[in-house]
Each structure stands twice: as structure tokens, then as C-alpha cells.
Design a protein around this ligand. Structure first.
Ligand code: NFE
Length: 481
């Protein structure tokens, strides 16, 4: 008889997640991931001036607002038939890159590292799963000290972002056609001095601590493999003169199934399903630009407010590992099959933080002082746009339909929905569910590897779902039986 293990809520992630697994003979044989809040932000956009999208949709989340400003604006660029000039493209990349670094440092040091680093016996280091802290004392102390320094580094990233974006978390400067902030020598110098500090922290603290963790938890290269289907929409455009989906990007778009060869990404193959989601069935199976959001909180057998996005009918993992795997980044590629694991995801995230920091130094020097930052535009009466980018946690898309000059339909398909959505009508488990299945749970009273798997994917349920239903009074419960 399988034993049920429920962790609800999973802490040290953004938002509300419940995981429920069945353990038989010490192994997880089935898993369900439930997003327990409803997202209704798209409904707020209906009937509004479409240019509100990049402002309102940013409120979906305080961790990755720039990703939603970017996807929202790219969708408007494509609906309006415009693109930013070179300066606008680069400043958007600098704004987004600053938020990227902040988010990756936050995720490792303030959320996931505490699965491996034993802090002092006070909050925020307690409560914690006990019994499996393996770092030598001296290394553990460096990692605990880095918790504080990481807060400082995140502040620097916010300051970098504010130089171009006006403020954090919800930024002002990203608008259809480009940005509103012009480059000058002072801003470039102020940005670079902070970026150099953050970059040194990534090289000298972030990457070494990830490697130290990997050194003493080698078993975690074998834990949490998941579906091995990797998807990247591509991020950080590097050229002008094309629709943004087709532009050369720093993180290329693509698909890779396990060790297979890379396949070109085709947005027409994205669908959303709702077989086990609390949405009316007519929401499902449609392409994202047609999606309607009809909540049905009492739907039979449903167990999540997340939908199940699929690519060509397949569940896909998105995020740093997917980006590094798709672009065949040498350090991650060298891991081989070990890349599909808890440690592989942490390693890929740290490597890409270094890559983005290095690249931002180059982008900064490509700015052309005195040249335009934005392309003028008019709002069309009827139009459709798609905005695809790489959010910190993976592939993010906004689909925006304009009618009578107002927003008719806006739909966001976010990284955590890809990773943590429920099973689909074919019975295929979502990527996080697949990553949980097969895990050895030696002690059902302390299922630490289950939460390590979840955190390695850096889920954010604020993005994936939003707004609480009035009748869902219980918001936190932890049960192990
Ligand atoms: Ni709220 Fe987000 C990111 C988006 S969701 S953090 O990154 O989009 O996975």
C-alpha cells in the first residue's frame, strides 16, 4: 500500500505550492504538484489601453517583473509593427540582465542554498530539514557569510536596474518601440562599477559555493532528472531588422529532447491544456492567443490552478538548464546525463549568471550616446502580437489581441506553468512531477530531497497563478503521514 506524503506549502519558493507524492518501497511512484492560488491578472487587462500591459502585467510578480514588462512590450512591438533602435534594444537587455542576476543570486543564496548550508539556529535559517548538512565547517561558514553579502549584491543589481529602469521592482522605462531612458557617460560608469562588483561575487563566491555543494552532495547529480525535454524561446536580442522571434539572441531558441540534436523552435506548436486544472474545459487545447480564462474551482479531478502547457503535445522543462542545454554550453554539455538533476540545474543557473554578467559589460560599451532609444508608433484598432523572451525561470510568452484599440485577450504562459503544471489529458505528468517520481524517500518524516528537487527548478507561483479565490480560506498546511 503506497504511503502518501504531502508537503504544503513548500517553503523558500515564491508563492504557494503543495506537493503530494505516493511512496512505495521507499520510492516515489506518483506525484502531483498543485498551485493553490488563482491567477486572474489577464482578466484585469480586458478592455484597457493595450499599452497598460507592460505596467499591469509586471504586477504578476515582484521577482521577475522585468520579464513581464519585456514580454508585454515585445507583444506590443509585434502588434504595432515596430522594433526598438539599437540603443533601445541594448538598454532593454541591460535592464533585463540586471534583474536576471538579482533573481539568480536570490534563488541560490536566500532560497535553495539553505537546503545544503546550515545557518545559525535562528530565523531565517530555521525551521529547516535536519540531518543532511555535509559542508565542512569552514566552507559552511563562508556560505553563511555569503547570505548577507548576497543581499548586498541584490541591492547593487537593483541599483543597476534603476539607472535605466527608474525604479525596482516595477520598472518604468520599457515601452513599445524601445525605452524612455537615454544613455550618457555617467550612467554607463555608474552601471559598470556596480556590475563589476556583482560579476566578481558571481566568480568568487556564487560559482565556488555551488561547486563546493556539488563536491559533498555527489548523489544529487542522480536525483530529480525530470522529463529531459528542454525548451528555450531565446532571450536577449542581439540585432535589429527582424521580428523579435527570429532575431539572433544571446540565448538561442530551440528544443532538445535529452541528448538528441537541437531542433528549431516553432511557436505554433505551443498549446495549453486544462484536463486537471481548475478551468472550464473549453479553455483547453487551444493555442495561447485564443485562450480564455474561465475558472471552475469545483471541477472534478482537477488539482491545480496552473494549466499544462505543451509543445507538440510534450511536457517541456524550461529555465537555466534548458537554455544551457539548448545552446550546448560547454561546461553544462560536459556533464552529460548528470545535467538532468538537482545539481545540474544549480550549476547551469550559476554558469549562465556568469555569462550574462560578462556579456552585459560588452553591451554597455555598444551604447551610442546621442542616438535614439525609441521608435514612434500609433495604436492600431485591430492587431495581434506575441512577445516571447527568456525570463529568469525560463521561457515566457505573452499573447495580446487588440480590438477597437483596446485589449481583447491577453494571455501569459509563464515558466513555472511549463515546469510545475499538472498532468494532461493523455496522463503525461508535468516536468516537476516527473522529476519527483523515482526519488528515494528514506524517511517520510523528512523528505528533504523532494523539496530540493522542487527548489532546483526555482518555481514562482506568483507568476504562474494569481489572486486568491474567496472560498479558499486555508492558505498554509503541512502534513506528513
Ligand atoms: Ni514570479 Fe517568473 C520568472 C516569469 S515565473 S518569477 O522568471 O515569467 O516562473
Amino acid at each position: 500500500m503506497p504511503q502518501k506524503v504531502i508537503v504544503d506549502p513548500v517553503t523558500r519558493i515564491e508563492g504557494h505550492l503543495k506537493i503530494e507524492v505516493e511512496v512505495e518501497g521507499n520510492k516515489v511512484v506518483d506525484a502531483r504538484t498543485s498551485g493553490t492560488l488563482f491567477r486572474g491578472l489577464e482578466l484585469i487587462m480586458r478592455g484597457r489601453d493595450p499599452r497598460d500591459a507592460q505596467q499591469i502585467m509586471q504586477r504578476i510578480c515582484g521577482v521577475c517583473p522585468v520579464a513581464h514588462a519585456t514580454a508585454g512590450t515585445l507583444a506590443l512591438d509585434s502588434a504595432f509593427g515596430i522594433e526598438p533602435p539599437k540603443n533601445g534594444r541594448i538598454i532593454r537587455n541591460l535592464i533585463f540582465g540586471s534583474n536576471f542576476l538579482q533573481s539568480h543570486i536570490l534563488h541560490f543564496f536566500h532560497l535553495a542554498a539553505l537546503d545544503f548550508v546550515k545557518g545559525p539556529d535562528v530565523p531565517p535559517f530555521t525551521p529547516r530539514p535536519e540531518g543532511d548538512f555535509r559542508l565542512p565547517d569552514a566552507v559552511n561558514k563562508v556560505a553563511v557569510d555569503a547570505y548577507i553579502e548576497a543581499l548586498n549584491m541584490r541591492r547593487k543589481c537593483h541599483e543597476m536596474l534603476a539607472i535605466w529602469g527608474g525604479k525596482v521592482p516595477h520598472i518604468q522605462a520599457v515601452v513599445p518601440g524601445g525605452v524612455t531612458e537615454k544613455p550618457d557617460a555617467q550612467k554607463i560608469a555608474d552601471f559598470l562599477s556596480r556590475l563589476n562588483e556583482v560579476s566578481a561575487f558571481i566568480d568568487n563566491t556564487y560559482i565556488p559555493i555551488v561547486k563546493a555543494v556539488a563536491g559533498v552532495y555527489p548523489d544529487l547529480w542522480e536525483v530529480g532528472a525530470g522529463c529531459k525535454n528542454m525548451l528555450a524561446y531565446g532571450g536577449f536580442p542581439m540585432e535589429e531588422g527582424k521580428d523579435h522571434v527570429k532575431k539572433k539572441k544571446f540565448f538561442p531558441s530551440g528544443i532538445r529532447y535529452g541528448n538528441g540534436t537541437g531542433i528549431a523552435f516553432d511557436p505554433a506548436k505551443i498549446t495549453e491544456e486544462v484536463a486537471y486544472s481548475w478551468y472550464a474545459d473549453d479553455t483547453g487545447g487551444t493555442t495561447p492567443n485564443m485562450a480564455v480564462v474561465s475558472p471552475e474551482p469545483r471541477k472534478k479531478d482537477a488539482y491545480s490552478w496552473l494549466k499544462s502547457p505543451r509543445y507538440n503535445g510534450q511536457p517541456m522543462e524550461v529555465g537555466p538548464l534548458a537554455r544551457m542545454w539548448v545552446m550546448e554550453q560547454s561546461d553544462v554539455k560536459a556533464l552529460g546525463d548528470k545535467a538532468f538533476s538537482v545539481l545540474g540545474r544549480h550549476f547551469a543557473r550559476a554558469i549562465e549568471a556568469k555569462m550574462v554578467a560578462e556579456e552585459m559589460k560588452k553591451w554597455l560599451l555598444e551604447l551610442e550616446i546621442g542616438q535614439p532609444v525609441c521608435t514612434p508608433h500609433e495604436i492600431p484598432n485591430e492587431a495581434q502580437g506575441m512577445g516571447l523572451c527568456e525570463a529568469e525561470r525560463g521561457a515566457l510568452g505573452h499573447w495580446h489581441k487588440i480590438g477597437h484599440g483596446r485589449t481583447d485577450v491577453l494571455n501569459a504562459v509563464v515558466p513555472t506553468t511549463w515546469n510545475a503544471g499538472p498532468r494532461d489529458g493523455e496522463g503525461q505528468l508535468g516536468p516537476m512531477e516527473q522529476a519527483l517520481v523515482g526519488t528515494v524517500v528514506a524517511d517520510v518524516n523528512n523528505p528533504v530531497n523532494l523539496v530540493r528537487i522542487v527548489r532546483s527548478m526555482d518555481p514562482c507561483f506568483g507568476c504562474a497563478i494569481h489572486i486568491m479565490t474567496p472560498d479558499k480560506k486555508v492558505i498554509a498546511q503541512y502534513t506528513i503521514d
